[in-house]
Design a protein around this ligand. Structure first.
Ligand SMILES: [Zn+2]
Length: 239
């Protein structure tokens, strides 16, 4: 049985109850039947917080889509079948939600303005980098993209999360652009994050409810990572 990922339907869920499916004493980690903790993946780092009164120091998806929570401290690890209470560190999670949404806004803006696709990215709370297929970067790019992104954030666009059958998702022009066909055929249902009117992607990350909640961004740096690969570093700041 895979772990039920509660954050996929409710990114604002902070506390939850779950049962331990497996306990790994040696690795000091437990797998749960359900979790609100985000495991590292898709460019978004894992959550932290508390589980069964112990600090959660790492969260990873393992075999069979089980989510493993590595616990710090020196208290006794919960055992198989135990019922546990978890709480996600909201300050860190919310910062990651703001940052992840800011990156989707950046993707949407760059596609609309320059028709250039993203090639990769990574984020930390309130800072991120993203790579695009520019060659070279347009004149005055940093200031222009910062202005365009901040205008979309100020527009307070709603963000809708939905679940589509794979057969429907692969027919959607916006999702085709963001490479929905790269998702393994075994995935029957595709989660779609839609920044309404700006950017729509198949995505498993956690996002805020509207772009206004992000705040503002600042382009910290742009750099070349080779031919057809230019990197943008940004920071998320309060409005
Ligand atoms: Zn994403």
């Amino acid at each position: 049985m895979p772990t039920e990922l509660l954050y996929l339907r409710d990114a604002y869920l902070v506390t939850f109850d779950a049962a331990v499916l497996e306990a790994d004493e040696e690795g000091r980690r437990v797998a749960l039947d359900r979790t609100a903790f985000y495991p590292t993946g898709g460019g978004q780092p894992h959550d932290s917080g508390e589980l069964a009164g112990l600090p959660v120091v790492e969260v990873r998806k393992g075999e069979g889509d089980l989510v493993w929570h590595t616990l710090g401290g020196d208290g006794v690890l919960p055992a198989d079948g135990d019922h546990v209470h978890g709480s996600v560190d909201w300050a860190r999670r919310h910062a990651l939600m703001r940052t992840h949404t800011a990156l989707h806004v950046l993707c949407g803006v760059i596609w609309n303005e320059w028709r250039v696709p993203v090639t990769g990215g990574n984020m930390e709370p309130l800072s991120a980098r993203m790579d695009f297929e520019f060659d070279p970067l347009p004149e005055g790019f940093g200031a222009r993209v910062e202005e365009l992104v901040n205008a979309e954030l100020a527009a307070d666009r709603p963000i809708a999360v939905s679940f589509l059958p794979r057969s429907a998702a692969v027919e959607d022009a916006d999702l085709i652009r963001t490479k929905v066909n790269m998702i393994p055929e075994s995935v029957a249902e595709i989660r779609v994050v839609d920044i309404v009117g700006l950017d729509k992607q198949a995505d498993g990350g956690t996002h805020v409810q509207s772009t206004g909640e992000v705040g503002r961004i600042r382009v910290a740096k742009t750099e070349s990572k080779g031919k057809g690969n230019k990197r943008i570093r940004l920071e998320v700041v309060d409005p």
